[in-house]
Design a protein around this ligand. Structure first.
Ligand code: SF4
Length: 415
């Protein structure tokens, strides 16, 4: 069995009772069958409490005031304390580790719905590396009887190229995201037409030094061949936000939080949105956004792209990653506005001394690290922890005409 994981994987440590937003509150924790059986047999005083703390119909832990019934006042788990670490159900045992399974391969990542993970991922300044190790364990052959190994190999090759593009810091993050989109688009056509043997040539083309020029030429041709349609970043983002609003909310605070960000971003129309965006990018946040976009795209593409082996929708998986990243980019702008962070370069230059300017910058940086991680962990909790939400968003990316390639390209080229 081959195991793959990002280089920061082992940095994670649960902060347990110190956690700013424990994962044992705010959402329903589903219990696997094996654990349910074990809990059914628990005896004694704690056994009684355990039985009363489970919603047996749903197969989940009950909640009191939106907290797991077994989470005590010190934010520690009573099940863990009373019955030991082995008693935890699969969700609690593995969270925030996320596993994607393929024939003979297990890919590990850390889920940014945990605030500590979000801090690690977004705080990673270097390009993320993916490490692998192998052991003798054999896969259960029957579980992968229909596994399309040829497609999987092409997807992993494509993902490798995508990650290389997304981490090419000689290009702006938006140009990298465009290149990735074009690659996924061309790859999808080969999957659809059953021409996987052409994928290597596509990946070679996207590996060339002149790939941006090629992209521009192809894009121009595409624009000429299509009837002109009015698209803008504002229009695309409004459509994306609409999709976000359709998802089932998991945390009771989320709908309100989401609505406030929407008001800040889109309610005053396109010109106000554009003005606010220019201001955001000209502020100290502008530089930070580049790394933010890179780490988000790498995170989503690594986690989800190869899952296309099960539904043959590589383009949809890439657009899903793009949608999450661009939504988070806009939401970061909204939170920045809501926090009253309007300091731009001119204001910084006008500060009286170099020292106070440096101190202020350091403080702003520390604050931004925290609020960005907070935003991302809330978003990921809503989108990534519901199969229904994951599928709905990918589906919308695939089916709605507003999410065609030119709309994304126009939006990514707007500054
Ligand atoms: S959210 Fe993360 S850090 Fe907090 S309790 Fe859960 S696993 Fe630990």
């Amino acid at each position: 069995m081959l195991y793959t994981y990002p280089h920061y994987y082992k940095k994670f440590q649960c902060t347990a009772s110190e956690c700013e937003d424990t994962c044992c509150a705010g959402w329903e924790i589903m219990i696997d069958k094996k654990s349910l059986e074990k809990y059914k047999k628990a005896e004694g005083l704690f056994g009684n409490r355990l039985h009363n703390s489970i919603n047996w119909r749903e197969g989940s832990f009950s909640q009191y005031h939106h907290r797991c019934a077994l989470l005590n006042e010190d934010n520690l788990c009573d099940l863990y304390t009373e019955m030991g670490p082995d008693s935890l159900c699969r969700t609690c045992r593995t969270y925030p580790r996320h596993i994607e399974e393929f024939d003979g391969v297990r890919e590990y990542s850390l889920c940014m719905s945990c605030m500590e993970v979000a801090k690690i991922v977004l705080g990673t300044k270097e390009t993320v590396r993916f490490l692998s190790k192998e052991d003798e364990r054999e896969e259960n052959e029957d579980a992968y009887e229909d596994f399309d190994f040829f497609l999987y190999t092409k997807l992993t090759d494509a993902r490798e190229r995508l990650l290389e593009i997304l981490q090419d810091r000689t290009l702006s993050a938006h140009v990298r995201m465009e290149l990735g989109l074009a690659l996924a688009h061309d790859l999808q056509r080969r999957i659809r037409d059953g021409k996987l043997y052409e994928v290597d040539a596509i990946l070679e083309r996207f590996g060339k030094r002149e790939r941006v020029e090629i992209l521009r030429r192809n894009l121009e041709r595409k624009r000429e061949s299509q009837e002109s349609s009015e698209t803008s970043r504002y229009a695309l983002m409004c459509a994306l936000y609409e999709e976000l609003e359709k998802l089932e909310p998991l945390h009771h605070h989320w709908p309100d939080h989401r609505a406030k960000m929407k008001t800040t971003l889109y309610e005053n129309g396109k010109s106000e949105y554009d003005r606010q965006r220019r201001e955001f990018l000209a502020s100290e946040m502008g530089e930070r956004v580049e790394l933010f976009l890179e780490q988000l795209m790498v995170y989503f593409v690594f986690t989800y792209f190869c899952g296309a082996v099960y539904n043959e929708n590589a383009y949809g998986k890439y657009k899903f990653s793009l949608a999450c990243t661009m939504l988070l980019e806009d939401m970061a702008q909204a939170v920045w506005v809501q926090r009253g962070r309007h300091s731009n370069q001119d204001e910084q230059d006008n500060r009286d001394s170099q020292d106070s300017q440096n101190n202020q910058n350091n403080q702003n940086n520390r604050d931004a690290e925290i609020w960005l991680a907070d935003l991302v962990h809330r978003f990921c909790r809503e989108v990534e922890h519901s199969e229904e939400n994951l599928n709905a968003l990918e589906d919308a990316m695939t089916k709605r005409a507003e999410f065609g390639i030119l709309s994304w390209m126009e939006a990514l080229e707007e500054e």
